[in-house]
Design a protein around this ligand. Structure first.
Ligand code: ADP
Ligand code: ASP
Ligand code: MG
Length: 410
């Protein structure tokens, strides 16, 4: 029998009433004759509340204990939803990540899935049960419980869809699809009916929190049809696929933004002749993600390298730089906080010269100072002061006429 993976996010299961609503929705899918695997997130803000509790005890709790703590949120939802399904007369069984065979790297807080061995889930499906899997979690080779990074339940869902050969994976959430920008902050944002995996991957990586980036990566690599849909409204939502028809004349498809970006500038003595790249090997070995990099080497001027990181990595980055100061041979580090990154994304960017100029010109006219720039074939990102982030996103949304397209309507 063909199977479907459906995932319900935190807001969609925030109360018992909503859990019951989700159960009834699943009942309808089950009645269509599919085997159903449900992946759930923690209820409402449960994960944040667990984080806050640990931080009440100490500012930097052990990552291993944080992983164990945070996974309890998803476990609560998976058993409550199983009970809700059973109350409707359906057969259902809950699974933690490890019970579902989700094997991950031994990287606390941000582990990648290495393999899924879903025998238990398959067995439950074979017995006519709906499998309800706690998202966001797995187990490493030493049986430590791991988590997949904030928002990681999406990735559990797509990875299970791949492992079980599901027909499709539907991510049910509190918006009815992927919009040209976050509709919560860009009021003119418009729903997209479809989007290429690559565009969605860029948007997700650049801050569009609607999907976990690794979920999109999986869906792309294994060509799993992936949809973002509303938990409340019956609608097809937005479908992600390999190729989509480019909207007429629309070069930019979406705008993403991310706050709490920090720029570090590491300066060396004028006579330094080592590789400025060494720093990135050391940071990578410590699992610190570096985003934009700008290296400045001008004769007679102190060489320097600036790079951006997210706020959560600041303490670790400073520690790693300090520990390796003599090895790296730098003279000082300058830290600039309260920055944000705003990005425009679209497959058409590569073949349309002038997009960057148009972006910079609009930001200049809005008096927004651009501090760093990065481009790829399908995106242009700028780092700007944080207080200008939403202003920039809305202005660029207007500049690239994202609200106005007639080709695809909500
Ligand atoms: P869930 O708890 O269901 O996983 P999330 O909060 O992770 O939900 O994702 C849904 C939210 O993503 C929406 O409420 C919306 O504010 C935000 N979002 C950010 N960018 C976009 C976008 N481009 N399109 C739609 N929603 C977006
Ligand atoms: N509960 C986790 C979080 O809040 C994972 C998820 O919702 O996908 O980040
Ligand atoms: Mg999410």
């Amino acid at each position: 029998m063909s199977c479907l993976v459906v995932k319900f996010g935190g807001t969609s299961v925030a109360t018992i009433e909503r859990v019951m609503h989700v159960a009834r929705r699943i009942q309808k899918e089950k009645e269509k004759g599919y085997d159903i695997i449900v992946v759930v997130s923690a209820m409402g803000k449960a994960t944040d509340m667990l984080v806050d509790m640990a931080h009440e005890i100490m500012p930097n709790p052990s990552k291993r204990e944080m992983d164990t703590l945070l996974t309890t949120g998803e476990q609560v939802t998976s058993s409550l939803l199983s009970i809700a399904l059973q109350s409707l007369g359906l057969r259902a069984q809950s699974f933690t990540g490890w019970q579902a065979g989700v094997l991950t790297e031994a990287v606390p807080a941000d582990a990648r899935i290495l393999d899924i061995q879903p025998e238990n889930v398959r067995d439950a499906l074979g017995r006519g049960r709906i499998a309800v899997v706690a998202g966001f979690q797995g187990v490493d080779d030493k049986n430590n419980i791991t988590t997949l990074g904030r928002g990681g339940s999406d990735t559990t869902a797509v990875a299970l869809a791949v492992a079980l050969g599901a027909k499709r994976c539907d991510i049910f959430t509190d918006v009815d699809g992927v919009y040209t920008s976050d509709p919560r902050y860009v009021p003119k944002a418009r729903k997209l009916q479809e989007l290429s995996y690559d565009e969605m991957l860029e948007l997700a990586n650049l801050g569009a929190g609607v999907l976990h980036p690794r979920a999109v990566e999986y869906a792309k690599n294994y060509n799993i049809p992936l949809a973002v849909r509303s938990s409340y409204v019956a609608d097809e939502g937005t479908i992600m696929r390999e190729e989509v028809e480019v909207e007429k004349g629309l070069v930019v498809r979406g705008i993403a933004f991310k706050s709490d970006i920090i720029r570090l500038t590491v300066s060396y003595d004028a006579n330094y002749n080592g590789s400025l790249a060494n720093i990135f090997t050391i940071l990578a070995d410590s699992h610190i993600n570096v985003d934009l990099i700008v290296q400045t080497i001008i004769e007679g001027v102190e060489p320097s390298v600036s790079f951006s990181i997210i706020k959560e990595n600041l303490a670790d980055t400073i520690r790693v730089l300090e520990e390796n100061k003599s090895k790296l041979g730098y003279s000082h580090v300058h830290i600039e906080e309260n920055l944000a990154k705003v990005s425009i994304v679209g497959s058409g960017i590569v073949s349309n010269p002038g997009v960057a100029a148009k972006m910079f010109d609009r930001l200049h006219r809005e008096n927004i100072l651009v501090k760093m720039v990065s481009t790829s074939e399908i995106k242009i990102s700028v780092v700007i002061p944080q207080e200008a982030m939403l202003h920039a996103a809305n202005a660029l949304h207007d500049e690239f006429e994202l609200a106005a397209s007639l080709a695809i309507q909500a």
